[in-house]
Design a protein around this ligand. Structure first.
Ligand code: COA
Length: 165
């Protein structure tokens, strides 16, 4: 029997964008199971609480096939070891992403030697999208419908109208 190949797609997803969805779709085509996991980037203070980001991801991933949504505390390398996945997926949008991603991939492998990282290039239409830009545009009342999945658009609009300063 062939071994199941699972892969972990970690991120802050604050919020999930069409760029992330593009990467998840590509990962689904390559691996048997994709685990999308919210981790903590200590340099970022998330605007959307963890529960809300999990809810957004679950709504979006429900239509993508063999995808699970979860979160992890602590190190990514430990999550890879504990979940027993074959690799980490990261999206590479531009040369500017490369240095940070390269360093992170090598450090994760140092922490857990079996932690391989696979880079996927999102489609050209997503190359300029980032969660920070989406938040900024939504906060200032701009149209983010081309950048985020339709399932979460009304929630984002409501959230920014009601609570986010
Ligand atoms: N399309 C569009 N945007 C994309 C994208 C894509 N395909 N891929 C990434 N992005 C954007 C994200 O929206 C995000 O934008 P933002 O900076 O405006 O929020 C940015 O690119 C990258 O963020 P993200 O993918 O969420 O990753 P991150 O750099 O915040 O890292 C973790 C998040 C959880 C993976 C990382 O912090 C981590 O591993 N934490 C655990 C602790 C640990 O192990 N640390 C040591 C690491 S060596």
């Amino acid at each position: 029997m062939a071994l199941e190949r699972a892969v972990l797609y970690p991120g802050t997803f604050d919020p999930v964008t069409n760029g992330h969805v593009d990467v998840i779709r590509r990962a689904v085509r390559l691996f048997d199971r994709v685990v999308v996991a919210i981790g903590t980037n200590t340099a970022k203070k998330a605007v959307f609480p963890l529960e809300e980001r999990l809810e957004h991801l679950r709504l979006v991933c429900a239509r993508l096939g063999r995808v699970e949504v979860t979160y992890f505390d602590g190190l990514l390398a430990d999550a890879v070891r504990d979940l027993g996945v074959a690799a980490v997926i990261r999206g590479l949008r531009a040369v500017s992403d490369f240095e940070y991603e390269f360093q992170m991939a090598l450090m994760n492998r140092e922490l857990w030697p079996e932690c391989e990282t696979v880079f996927l290039m999102p489609s050209a239409s997503c190359l300029f999208v980032s969660s920070t830009m989406v938040r900024e545009i939504a906060r200032l009342g701009g149209d983010v419908s081309s950048f985020v999945p339709p399932e979460i658009l009304p929630r984002l609009i409501r959230r920014f109208r009601e609570t986010v300063p």
